[in-house]
Write a protein that binds this ligand. Structure first.
Ligand SMILES: CCCCCCCCCCCCCC(=O)SCCNC(=O)CCNC(=O)[C@H](O)C(C)(C)COP(=O)(O)OP(=O)(O)OC[C@H]1O[C@@H](n2cnc3c(N)ncnc32)[C@H](O)[C@@H]1OP(=O)(O)O
Length: 471
């Protein structure tokens, strides 16, 4: 999760979702300004405007790093700097100002998880009146930061020397990326966060260089990360989209005004969902499904240019965990017992401050899914597209129904994967938040993020070639 960029969404100070607006939506959506605002906050994404994007020379830190320049024409894909070995990397951490010290945040210690919770809860989401905050359950950190192969030294914190207060954090987890079929041993960087009182003091570059040192020491030279902010240079950009589930609650918390000429009842009924799922054979995933799911997922992922190549152990971790955090369902053919589809979504609530009626907002984020409904046909074959659209609509509709039963208030999805096939029919609204995908020390041609370049509307025809979902 990353930042004021990942909001409503998650990530990254969140990088996750923002407001449901409208250019593909209806008139009534256009008018529900306040709900948009809420959802915008949720995603904490920032709009990708020219104003935000500085000239390369002004990126005092990033211009010194192995990342492509904005206007660089990528002719040959591959590592930018490939000369070093772990022995060339210093053994000692970077120096910090004398009042601060490095620490490893121990995710097996309740106290240290509390420290991390407090730092992120109070500082990760950038929101003017601080009405919403990420409310990470402790299980979330176990899931997000302890996949197979995780290393304790990659949960990097900075504490105040005298008080021990945790004031900054950055994390890495191992991952195998596949870019256009090429495997790249890599890490995902996430949860970069600096206490509000220590902002704009150039601590972020120190954290980034320190995590780079620690990752390089393990002989890993590439990283993937996402952010709402524009840095040199995104490999892809996706848009956040939001599907209100409990419109009435969103209204209650004061962020939804009734659009003109529409009643509250009409708004509620617009988003109403049944109580029971519809697909025959839909059930929760079990450990014994993983082999089949892994095969199905790998076959489905061949459609995308940027994916994670998960081992069975990794899939188990990411798809089957604490139900407070990750929900995964499979569709099992009742006769053949074959698993034909799966979908998953993760949960990360917001705390609502200063509201007499509600203390928390339930937020779900679409994670991974796959269907075998047309794997035997080329991705853009018209018949395959028709079949997949129909299948995804019923799968994600069931995901929405399950979310409703879990008391989720809004369901977020990016324009990545094949999502553009179901966003409009399932009443998602395009958000104002954009999530930029980056690779460290790797040149790659751009990857379609599912938006039309000129209007930033959903590109339903070409969909997206991004098959990776980052928290
Ligand atoms: C091989 C292994 C490699 C591993 C490393 C791979 C790279 C990983 C990269 C990290 C991936 C993180 C993925 C996530 O978690 S994205 C989530 C980021 N977190 C938040 O948004 C939470 C709220 N915000 C904060 O805590 C602070 O504002 C942060 C920490 C973001 C910046 O703190 P502060 O505001 O006090 O700034 P500064 O004075 O210290 O530093 C200013 C410099 O920092 C550059 N900056 C600002 N925001 C970001 C950002 N989100 N990614 C990368 N760089 C960023 C900025 O352009 C400037 O550089 P330059 O413009 O002069 O060049």
């Amino acid at each position: 999760m990353s930042s004021a960029d990942k909001s409503g969404g998650s990530k990254n100070g969140s990088k996750s979702g923002s407001g449901s607006s409208s250019n593909s939506g209806s008139n009534s959506d256009k008018k529900s300004k306040n709900i948009e605002d809420l959802l915008k906050l949720l995603s904490m994404s920032q709009e990708l405007t020219e104003v935000q994007k500085k000239e390369m020379e002004d990126y005092k830190f990033w211009k010194t790093q192995p990342v492509p320049k904005f206007d660089e024409k990528i002719i040959k894909e591959g590592a930018i700097d490939s000369d070093k070995t772990p022995d060339d990397i210093p053994n000692e951490p970077l120096p910090l100002l004398k009042d601060f010290e490095w620490c490893e945040v121990d995710l097996d210690s309740k106290e240290e998880i509390d420290d991390l919770f407090t730092l992120l809860h109070e500082n990760y989401v950038e929101h003017q009146d601080a009405t919403f905050r990420f409310n990470y359950p402790p299980e979330f950190f176990q899931w997000a930061l302890k996949p197979p192969g995780w290393l304790r030294q990659w949960n990097v914190g900075v504490r105040v020397r005298t008080t021990g207060k945790l004031v900054a954090f950055i994390s890495a987890i191992p991952t195998n990326l596949k870019i256009r079929g090429k495997s790249i041993k890599s890490v995902e960087i996430n949860f970069l966060c600096i206490h509000k009182k220590l902002r704009t003091k150039r601590l972020a570059p120190v954290l980034i260089k320190e995590i780079t040192r620690r990752v390089n020491k393990e002989n890993i030279w590439q990283a993937m990360y996402t952010a709402g902010v524009v840095l040199p240079s995104p490999i892809s950009v996706c848009r956040y989209n939001h599907r209100p589930i409990n419109w009435s609650k969103l209204y209650d918390v004061g962020f939804s005004h009734l659009p003109e000429n529409i009643t509250k009842t009409q708004m509620i009924s617009k988003y109403i969902l049944p109580s029971n799922t519809i697909i025959e054979g839909l059930r929760k995933i079990k450990f014994q499904d993983i082999e089949q799911v892994s095969k199905l997922f790998a076959d489905y992922n061949k459609n995308f240019e940027l994916v994670q190549d998960f081992s069975i152990e990794e899939l188990k971790h990411w798809l089957i965990g604490d139900e407070k955090v990750i929900q995964t369902y499979v569709v099992e053919n009742p006769i053949t017992k074959k698993i034909t589809d799966f979908f998953s979504f993760y949960l990360l609530p917001f705390t609502v401050l200063n509201n007499p009626l509600h203390k928390e907002l339930g937020i779900a984020y679409l994670f991974y899914y796959a269907s075998d409904c047309c794997l035997d046909k080329p991705r853009f074959d018209p018949e395959a597209t028709k079949l997949l659209s129909k299948r995804l609509k019923s799968l994600i509709n069931d995901a929405l129904i399950i979310s409703k039963n879990l008391k989720i208030d809004v369901f977020n999805a990016l324009t990545s994967q094949d999502n553009n096939l179901f966003l409009e029919p399932l009443k998602f609204g395009p958000g104002d938040g954009f999530l930029n995908f980056y690779l460290f020390n790797y040149r790659s041609k751009k990857i379609n993020g599912g938006m039309k370049e000129d209007t930033r509307e959903w590109d339903i025809e070409n969909r997206s070639n991004v098959g990776i979902v980052m928290l």
